[in-house]
Design a protein around this ligand. Structure first.
Ligand code: SAM
Length: 253
């Protein structure tokens, strides 16, 4: 299925999520900037900069979409041709997503940037990963877990494909902790977002869905408990921007 973008069997929620992301794929990068005033770039940079990643690592970026995280990770894990010639592990990133349209936008983008080496693209469902146990040093999922129907299954799969000592990192919208900010945030989510969606992507429904999916996502402590239940050790989280987002981490032991 590498590069094949074979259709992955999907249920009802997955079908809906599939339609949402097929419909937003081409406008996705622009919309992220508009909706977050560009701040998603800072969150993503921080998420990758603080990851346990080193040269030669094999990384799986789940729900990788158009490849923001994969692109940032690339500089941290890829070895030079010289080092590879010396017999060292080259390092690489598997960009996995359930949606072929998102993957295609991502792959075209990497090609345009001349960043071809080091990436593999796999159309997959995070709930049932097509990789053997202990395949990766690091598994990331950014703004993806909330779209997955069976989150516990996805977390267990992340744990399974990690090598012992490997890290899982989840970047996701979370529960805002600053009281004064809550009304502003609500107004942004339920009034501004759908209007931006209508104006720039001609698609207010998809952006309405995105705002709702953020509210339904488990808050910080609940997600931490879910990671523990999935088998991760030393689980922890860090709030970004007063809890608009949080980074959850856990280790395979
Ligand atoms: N990680 C990218 C980023 O931060 O820009 C993309 C995030 S985008 C909001 C969410 C992605 O999750 C979409 O590309 C969607 O296709 C993907 N997705 C949704 N459900 C999935 C599943 N069950 N397995 C894998 N990917 C999934």
């Amino acid at each position: 299925t590498h590069f094949g973008f074979r259709d992955v069997p999907t249920g009802d929620k997955q079908k809906l999520v599939g339609e949402v992301f097929s419909s937003v794929a081409s406008s996705y990068d622009l919309m992220n900037d508009l909706m977050s005033l560009g701040i998603h770039r800072v969150w993503k940079r921080y998420f990758v900069a603080t990851a346990q990643a080193k040269r030669g690592d094999r990384v799986l970026d789940l729900a990788g979409g158009t490849g923001d995280i994969a692109l940032l990770l690339r500089d941290r894990v890829l070895r030079s041709a010289h080092e590879v010639a010396q017999g060292k592990e080259p390092g690489g990133i598997v960009l996995g997503d359930i949606n072929g349209a998102m993957l295609r936008v991502g792959r075209d983008r990497m090609t345009d940037l001349g960043k071809v080496a080091g990436f593999e693209y796999v159309q997959l469902n995070a709930e049932a990963l097509p990789f053997p146990d202990a395949s990766f040093d690091l598994v990331t999922i950014a703004f993806g877990l909330r779209n997955v129907t069976d989150k516990d299954a996805a977390l267990r799969e992340m744990n399974r494909v990690l090598k012992v000592g490997g890290q899982a990192r989840v970047l996701e919208f979370s529960e805002v902790k600053a009281e004064w900010f809550k009304p502003i945030y609500d107004f942004h989510s339920f009034n501004v977002l759908p209007k931006l969606g209508k104006l720039f992507a001609n698609d207010s429904d998809s952006y309405q869905y995105l705002a709702e999916s953020i509210r339904k996502h488990p808050p910080q402590d609940q997600l931490k408990a879910m990671m523990e239940a999935a088998g991760f050790a030393r689980c922890d989280y860090k709030n970004l921007s007063a809890g608009i987002c949080a980074i959850h981490t856990g280790y395979k032991v």
